[in-house]
Ligand binder design. Structure first.
Ligand code: NAD
Length: 440
């Protein structure tokens, strides 16, 4: 009988049903972890535990729609690892959400929090739907019912949700209100990414996009120091894939630094101007139309064409699995900062790095969001709030310290930044896991 193999080509474990392994994102996350683990010589018992989430809750969320009918939506909350502190991770509303994808995103959150030194674990949640098809009232009912369905596993000391693809501060306000109604008092610390009026932090909405650009600046400095490139940001060209909460801020931060952002895109496609787009104007158009479709002052391009444009910098800031074996050879950018989680598959990453492309990995590049979420949580717990200058300075400091740790490990282990980021993360996490030991 031939031996069955898993996607990462290791023999199938008879103790496992494989329910978490079904998505490419999960398969890639495990492959990357195994690769980093082998490179650093990870304790095999730690690796075994990190390949699976600690807990996964599946709920079915019934909602009365505006027309009086009832629809049931699939929802999830997954806690991957809580060794370092409460679970932390966004809530995604997207048509492709499933248990495996949410579990992979929870694993990335564990790695991210550990890498940047936060006292938080990794979690993620999501509901499988296209939010553009639901009215505001339907979205509110869905968010509140979902919160009640997962209420026993979330809380300021247990697991703290935040916005992700398809959700924003309003969804967090509904979650906070529902949780608070159930507990009998206001509990702002149950979510982050809330509006300022109910305990949100200044600088939180911009934090992820800002961090994506800070690390590009550090990478440019590093390349110069190593004589591997002499980029000057204000003379560079860039494209941004995904023009949502992360992509818009990243594009704006490039624009104000004088970098030419020649194309941006959303779910429906992209817009291109070889002389550089006026990003504030594009943002205004997006706010008014909720899509880039029909923007009058640029050429129309596809998302695929955007990925292959001849530019210095590529920022994937939409979803996972965007640069794959199928299109990796089209990429011409020399620096990639992963605004999205898992936008480049493992195979494409190794290929691009072999071609001299610098990839600043998701768990480092987009960590700005969870760093300022942590500041929001701390401010909420002590009811003492910082101004935006203080927030931005603290964010920049944590991003730089984390970048340097990754760069040092890339040098030490002679590997790319993606592997080095995972090593930096696992170094801290595995020490904590071994110190705490295995219960019972
Ligand atoms: P968002 O919903 O605000 O924006 C997502 C954007 O991607 C939209 O413009 C949407 O149209 C586009 N998009 C969706 N599917 C697409 C597809 N198939 N092809 C092209 N474009 C597509 O979400 P966001 O909060 O900006 O998150 C974007 C990415 O950044 C996600 O991977 C998320 O996990 C990651 N991230 C977000 C934060 C945060 O603070 N919001 C923090 C860390 C990581």
């Amino acid at each position: 009988m031939s031996e069955q193999t898993s996607p990462s080509n290791t023999p199938v474990n008879p103790l496992r049903s494989g329910i978490y392994d079904t998505s490419p994102l999960y398969q890639n996350a495990v492959m990357d972890l195994e690769f980093a683990g082998t490179t650093m010589g990870i304790d095999p018992n730690v690796l075994e535990r990190l390949k699976l989430p600690k807990r996964a809750l599946c709920v079915n969320v019934p909602v009365r729609m505006d027309d009086g009918s009832v629809k049931v939506f699939e929802g999830y909350r997954v806690q991957h690892n809580t060794t370092l502190g409460p679970g932390k991770g966004g809530i995604r509303f997207h048509p492709e959400v499933n248990l495996s994808e949410v579990s992979a995103l929870a694993m990335l959150m564990t790695m991210k929090c550990s890498l940047v030194g936060l006292p938080l674990g990794g979690a993620k949640g999501g509901i499988r739907l296209d939010p553009s098809q639901l009215s505001r009232a339907e979205q509110q009912a869905l968010t509140r019912r979902y919160t009640m369905e997962i209420i026993n596993v979330i809380g300021p000391e247990q697991d703290i949700p935040a916005p992700d693809v398809g959700t924003d501060g309003q969804h967090m306000a509904w979650m906070m209100d529902t949780y608070s109604m159930a507990k009998g008092n206001a509990v702002p610390g149950v979510v982050t990414g809330k509006p300022i009026e109910i305990g949100g932090s200044l600088g939180r909405p911009e934090s992820t996009g800002r961090g994506v650009i800070y690390v590009i600046e550090h990478a440019i400095e590093l390349l110069k120091k190593k004589n591997l490139g002499n980029f000057v940001l204000k003379e560079c060209s860039a494209v941004v894939h995904g023009f949502g909460k992360v992509g818009q801020v990243a594009a704006y931060e490039l624009f104000i630094r004088g970098c030419k952002v020649v194309a941006v895109s959303d779910y429906f496609g992209g817009i291109y101007d070889k002389n550089g787009l006026n990003i504030p104007e594009v943002m205004k158009y997006m706010a008014a139309n909720r899509s880039l479709k029909g923007y009058p002052k640029a050429e129309v391009i596809t998302n695929e064409q955007l990925i292959g444009l001849p530019v210095d910098i590529l920022i994937p800031a939409a979803i996972d699995g965007v640069v794959t074996k199928a299109n990796m050879k089209n990429v011409k950018a020399k620096i990639i900062s992963e605004g999205a989680n898992g936008p480049i598959t493992s195979e494409a990453q190794h290929y691009l790095e072999s071609q001299g492309v610098t990839i600043i990995p998701d768990i480092l590049a987009n960590a700005g969001g969870v760093i300022v979420s942590y500041f929001e949580w701390v401010q909420g717990m002590q009811q003492f709030f910082w101004n935006e200058k203080e927030i931005n300075e603290k964010l920049a400091e944590v991003m730089l310290r984390s970048f340097n740790r990754v760069a040092d490990n890339a040098e030490k282990y002679k590997c790319g930044m993606k592997t080095a980021a995972l090593i930096s993360s696992v170094e801290r996490l595995s020490q904590a896991m071994l110190l705490r030991g295995l219960f019972p």
